[in-house]
Design a protein around this ligand. Structure first.
Ligand SMILES: Cc1cc2nc3c(=O)[nH]c(=O)nc-3n(C[C@H](O)[C@H](O)[C@H](O)COP(=O)(O)O)c2cc1C
Ligand SMILES: O=C(O)C(=O)c1ccccc1
Length: 347
């Protein structure tokens, strides 16, 4: 069969290969999935206005984030349960991220322990995503594991004081991992603790976390400019503008539409990243023109993993890198930093 040419075609292959309930878990979102659709639609609504005759030469796609180098401004967003897509799970994803020269953010809900992800891909740059657990002693044990495994940043997800209601999962009766899989990072002695999404988590916990570790702390899920400013006061090193891919609270705006307000509030103090709806190189270029330092992709990586395992993730990341390069050339840009808000216009 003809190899998939783009992320959308990878999704079609993945859909054919996955158990329907697992496809729905990956693809779906909260409520009416308004925000799931809005994320992609917002990029489509932005038109590009390339500059001409710039003599910019071959573009460079590399970026440095929190002291880590990435060969392209597209990171692997933290997503749960990779072993539903491929038996090697997060190990395959990490190897592919390393081969693509990009950063993988390992989910706290990974089905391979963070230590085993790191061992499987010694060249990979790994950041660790954390849901702060109300039991701070337990949170600290998880942080120590991520540090010892060699993770170089913590990405704290702050959009989840509770669980989103995902009707596809309710319809399919998908509420637990199959026999033989679990959230390996939640092991505590001889049991596996459930992930608690607690409404009690507050800025105080961010302060505790900052004191707990030397690792840079990024917040994922900030959507208000005032909260972005507050994050700076609490010594946060980066922000992810994210609505959790539309999986938590439905009817949040698209992240592409939220980005300019957050970028303005932050005023260059820390890198601002975006996730949600990035499916094409032109989407990456639009986000960076609006001030993002990089983007992250969630579902596209899962489609690659389900379609062809490690090779599929490598292909998805490789396709996105080629698309970013081509988009930069055609925009007359020498690098992803050589873009400005004038490049994009609502259409
Ligand atoms: C199947 C799935 C699982 C996810 N699991 C997590 C998670 O464990 N932690 C987290 O912070 N975000 C999680 N996310 C959200 C992603 O990090 C990211 O915000 C979102 O997928 C970006 O949108 P995109 O899928 O359109 O690229 C998950 C997303 C999906 C699709
Ligand atoms: O599905 C998700 O979006 C998610 O964030 C999550 C969190 C904890 C366990 C499993 C998934």
């Amino acid at each position: 069969m003809r190899p998939p040419l783009n992320v959308r075609e990878f999704e079609e292959v993945a859909r054919d290969r996955l158990h329907p309930a697992h496809y729905d878990y990956f693809a779906g979102g909260a409520g009416d999935e308004t925000t799931v659709r809005a994320n992609e639609a917002a990029f489509a609504r932005l038109a590009l206005l390339p500059r001409v005759l710039r003599g910019a030469g071959e573009p460079r796609t590399g970026v440095t984030l929190l002291g880590d180098r990435a060969a392209m401004p597209v990171l692997v967003a933290p997503t749960a349960f990779h072993r539903l897509a491929d038996p090697e799970g997060e190990k395959a994803t990490a190897r592919a991220a390393a081969a693509a020269g990009t950063i993988m953010i390992v989910s706290m809900a990974s089905t391979v322990a963070v230590e085993d992800v790191a061992t499987a891909a010694p060249e990979a740059t790994l950041w660790f995503q954390l849901y702060v657990q109300p039991d701070m002693a337990f949170t600290e044990r998880i942080v120590r594991r991520a540090e010892a495994a060699g993770c170089t940043a913590l990405v704290v997800t702050v959009d989840s004081p509770g669980r989103g209601r995902r009707e596809r999962d309710l319809r399919n009766g998908f509420d637990d991992l199959p026999e033989g899989m679990c959230c390996e990072n939640l092991r505590d002695g001889d049991r596996v603790r459930p992930i608690v999404m607690s409404p009690d988590i507050s800025w105080r916990h961010i302060d505790l976390l900052r004191r707990m570790t030397e690792l840079p702390v990024a917040l994922k899920g900030v959507v208000r400019p005032a909260d972005a400013c507050r994050a700076l006061d609490h010594g946060v090193s980066a922000l992810f503008v994210s609505n959790h891919g539309g999986r938590q609270l439905d009817t949040l705006p698209a992240t592409a539409d939220l980005l300019p307000g957050i970028v303005a509030a932050v005023g260059g103090a820390v890198p601002v990243l975006l996730d949600g709806g990035v499916r094409r190189g032109v989407d990456v270029v639009k986000a960076m023109a609006l001030g993002a330092s990089a983007v992250a992709v969630g579902r596209p990586v899962l489609w690659g993993l389900a379609a062809e395992g490690e090779r599929g993730v490598a292909r998805v990341l490789g396709l996105l890198r080629e698309e970013v390069e081509r988009a930069l050339v055609l925009c007359g840009a020498a690098s992803a930093h050589d873009l400005d808000p004038e490049l994009v216009r609502p259409c």
